[in-house]
Design a protein around this ligand. Structure first.
Ligand SMILES: N[C@@H](CCC(=O)N[C@@H](CS)C(=O)NCC(=O)O)C(=O)O
Length: 203
């Protein structure tokens, strides 16, 4: 039985899951979702968004929930270190932050950028969200400080989750990152596990 991960051909959040599977050595299959999603895909995931995971009888959405599912189901893994409660708390905090705060605000601003009528693209909400994203990016930079990883001496789910959210912010939204995060992105994106995950994305 293979883990099946549904993703848009260029879906950044699916890369989170491919990357995690590569790190954990889990076999997985990348399944392409068309845009707009087909009725068949909506029957599986009524929201029609990606990523979405099928693992036998298990069906689950929300990329961060899927990350935690994979770590719990197929761990233990250094990606979710549990020996030190403070480190575990930090990994959970930053992993959830990547989507509940950073990713969610990036998504609504992307909707305004590509979907709103011209007069609304820079309205009060869009400007407020833009400022909040800058704050979130600043927070991520402060959390990283001068370290190689966000939580302790090795790669964790927090790095995979935040790095992929930053990629959406810089790619689709055109945000400019501080130098420390640019270097962090370059370092993580050079990892063979990330490279293999990106290849799956492009299929
Ligand atoms: N919080 C969700 C966000 C999912 C999301 O917005 N995915 C994007 C692609 S990366 C998408 O499907 N956008 C189209 C849509 O929501 O209809 C998650 O982390 O899985």
């Amino acid at each position: 039985m293979t883990i099946k991960i549904w993703n848009f051909p260029r879906g950044a959040r699916g890369v989170r899951l491919f990357w995690q599977c590569e790190e954990m050595g889990l076999p997985y299959e990348a399944a392409a979702v068309t845009f707009p999603p087909s009725d068949a895909y909506r029957a599986l995931n009524p929201l029609g968004n990606v990523p979405y995971l099928e693992d036998g009888d298990v069906k689950i959405g929300e990329s961060v929930a899927i990350m935690l599912y994979l770590a719990e189901r197929y761990g233990p893994t250094p990606l979710l270190p549990k020996e030190d409660p403070a480190r575990l708390a930090r990994v959970l905090h930053l992993t959830v932050f990547s989507e509940a705060s950073l990713g969610a605000f990036v998504n609504t601003l992307l909707m305004a950028k590509f979907g709103a009528p011209e007069a609304d693209k820079q309205n009060w909400s869009a400007r407020a969200q833009d400022g909040r994203i800058d704050q979130f990016v600043g927070f991520a930079a402060a959390q990283l400080g001068g370290n190689a990883y966000l939580a302790g001496p090795s790669l964790t789910l927090a790095d995979i989750a935040i790095s992929t959210s930053l990629a959406v912010a810089t790619g689709a939204l055109g945000k400019v990152l501080p130098a420390s995060l640019v270097a962090y992105q370059e370092r993580l994106q050079a990892l063979p596990t990330y490279q293999r995950a990106k290849e799956k994305q492009q299929r």
